[in-house]
Design a binder for this molecule. Structure first.
Ligand code: 5GP
Ligand code: MN
Length: 344
């Protein structure tokens, strides 16, 4: 099996030494947390509680309702919510800050400055490309399918898998399931299935869990999806599909946080499409999601042109330009990428 530590075994020992007495730990993850982000955070939260530490999960922003079933979720502090001053104090007083499922600090939005100021030891567990060097301890592998996979391995390294109960297993399985597209993306390795098997052994109900996440749409959300599919753009000459969603449209469908999640994937379900994108007009910026197949790297495209990054086949980015200008920029780039797009 591949060795996943990017740091030395000595570092693991140092980490164990650091955690050998009860610690105040802030666990955080990227903005607009998805199931891998919140699942890894709450899985870690459950584990740390069992180890006698005092963990708190603080998310940079709110997250979708379909994640609200996770054990410990009611204790999560949304940094943009009413408990911000408490969150700032927790960060300042933390012994350790665990950064899960992101590799660059700008993904925690306004929490970034407080994390930078803190004297806490930082642990990074992540699978995104190009991690910034902000952590004292690093458990990172860009080939891992999900951060939840790495969390399980990390607990294994610490010889603590006996502490993984059904609640922790549910959180970790959720991240594994969603980041692999229900176990179908290229990242779905033997290791993913091994860990999924270990988690199922803890008594989780696979179908119920899948339904909690994927079959919990509101009627309005399905209508919104239908609307988006209707106005999807398709450029067969580039093998590209893309969606454009304005603020007015979000309002028209009473769209909630997370409602646009997953829509981008539908572009790839058209035969021969190599890249799909969605441009969503948020209050302060245009948020972009990219998906691709095979060798076409959307993380590269996003990093080079849209201040973003992520994984080869799933990446995100942002733009401060207007919605139309952002889409025009994207369309303007396509001729440059045509050869690569058609090579797949
Ligand atoms: P999504 O499109 O679902 O928001 O994100 C796809 C992948 O790219 C996820 O792994 C996500 O964490 C990552 N990602 C999304 N937005 C950004 C961004 O602005 N910067 C970076 N570095 N990664 C991003
Ligand atoms: Mn992830």
């Amino acid at each position: 099996m591949q060795e996943f530590f990017t740091d030395s075994i000595q570092k693991l020992k140092d980490f164990e030494e650091f955690m050998s007495t009860p610690k105040k730990i802030v666990i955080t993850t990227h903005q607009n947390p998805d199931a891998d982000a919140l699942g890894s955070a709450l899985g870690m939260w459950g584990y740390l509680n069992k180890k006698g530490h005092r963990p708190t999960v603080i998310t940079p922003t709110d997250y979708p309702d379909f994640l609200r079933w996770m054990d410990g979720e009611p204790t999560v502090i949304n940094f943009e919510g009413s408990r911000q001053s408490e969150a700032i104090q927790l960060i300042a007083e933390a012994d350790g800050i665990f950064c899960l499922d992101f590799s660059v600090l700008n993904r925690i939005k306004s929490m970034e400055e407080y994390v930078k100021q803190s004297a806490a030891k930082i642990l990074l567990i992540d699978h995104h490309q190009r991690p910034e060097g902000f952590a004292d301890f690093v458990y990172w592998n860009e080939h891992a399918a999900a951060t939840c996979e790495l969390i399980y391995q990390f607990i294994e390294k610490l010889n603590d898998t006996a502490l993984v109960d059904t609640s922790i297993a549910e959180c970790l399985y959720a991240g594994l399931m969603t980041d692999t597209g229900s176990f179908r993306f290229d990242s779905t390795s033997k290791e993913v299935h091994r860990i999924a098997g270990e988690l199922i052994n803890r008594g989780i109900e696979v179908n119920r869990l899948h339904r909690k996440i994927f079959d919990s749409n509101s009627f309005e959300r399905m209508q919104f999806l239908g609307y988006c599919l209707n106005k999807m753009n398709y450029l067969p000459e580039y093998r590209v599909a893309y969606f454009v969603v304005s603020k007015e449209e979000l309002e028209q469908f009473h769209s909630k946080n997370g409602d646009t999640e997953g829509i981008v994937n539908y572009g790839l379900s058209i035969k021969d499409v190599v890249m799909s994108a969605i441009f969503v007009e948020r209050d302060d910026l245009i948020k972009i999601s990219f998906r691709s197949i095979e060798d076409f790297s959307v993380s590269e495209l996003s990093r080079d042109h849209f201040d973003g990054g992520g994984h080869k086949n799933a990446a995100g980015g942002r733009s401060q330009k207007s919605l139309q200008e952002t889409v025009d920029k994207f369309l303007g780039l396509l001729p440059t990428y045509k050869d690569k797009l058609l090579a797949n």
